[in-house]
Design a protein around this ligand. Structure first.
Ligand code: HEM
Ligand code: HEM
Length: 179
């Protein structure tokens, strides 16, 4: 039974990471208007919102399974307060901060109109730091981190995120220059 929760904690962590990276890439594709002509921009934004929301749902599932897994050494305090884990302290701290950032991003997005655009954007862009920290957490804390498949997966995730960020940065600059 212990193994079941351990496997589930790893599976939910991996799914949460994939969803967060996908949300990040979709966000950048949308805001740089690099979504092609086949599907409407609203479709991409809807998918982005779902991916982002689901990333938080799977993070919550990850935390629940980590809590139930007795071998993890993680309790409620270690989930809520950074730097309190008895082992793998810094890797766990990255996970705690990433969780808070995802929560901020998701819970400021549904009541988006309550914020001015610049404030909302700054809050939303903290998600980039969240995704990087989640990746670092997975790399440093995960039992599977030494597997070639995990390393390739993290490399692909980094490449996708960087490509999307590049499109956003250079696409916006090109648009500004052509105005
Ligand atoms: C882990 C969760 C999420 C991540 C990592 C994420 C990431 C991003 C990123 C990187 C952008 C591009 C911002 C820019 O280039 O200025 C973006 C845009 C956007 N996101 Fe998210 N997001 C997440 C969740 C959500 C959720 C849950 C919603 C809404 C319910 C949402 C709504 C939006 C909107 C409306 C934009 C377009 C902003 C614009 O260009 O005007 N996001 N997101
Ligand atoms: C309070 C925050 C968090 C805590 C306490 C936590 C705890 C843990 C623990 C104990 C492990 C080790 C499991 C193992 O033995 O392999 C782990 C692995 C992992 N976590 Fe988290 N986590 C947190 C947040 C996150 C977040 C936000 C994400 C991604 C969105 C995430 C993704 C992962 C991944 C991908 C692994 C590696 C799984 C594997 O190697 O198979 N975690 N986490």
């Amino acid at each position: 039974m212990t193994d079941l929760w351990w496997f589930l904690s790893r599976a939910t962590g991996i799914v949460a990471t994939i969803l967060a990276v996908a949300a990040l890439a979709w966000g950048f594709f949308f805001s740089s208007r690099n979504t092609g002509t086949r599907l409407r921009p609203a479709w991409w934004l809807d998918l982005h919102n779902w991916l982002g929301g689901l990333a938080l749902v799977f993070t919550a599932a990850h935390l629940l399974t980590v809590l139930v897994d007795r071998g993890s050494g993680i309790g409620v305090i270690q989930i809520l307060v950074p730097n309190t884990a008895p082992a793998r302290t810094w890797p766990m701290t990255w996970g705690v901060i990433a969780t808070y950032l995802f929560a901020v991003v998701v819970f400021t997005s549904w009541p988006r109109r309550r914020f001015t655009k610049p404030v909302w954007r700054v809050l939303h862009l903290t998600s980039v730091v969240g995704v990087v920290l989640a990746g670092l957490h997975a790399y440093q804390a995960g039992s599977d981190a030494r597997l070639l498949a995990t390393r390739i997966g993290l490399l692909v995730a980094t490449a996708v995120g960087t490509y999307a960020l590049g499109l956003r940065l250079f696409g916006s600059r090109r648009r500004a220059a052509s105005r």
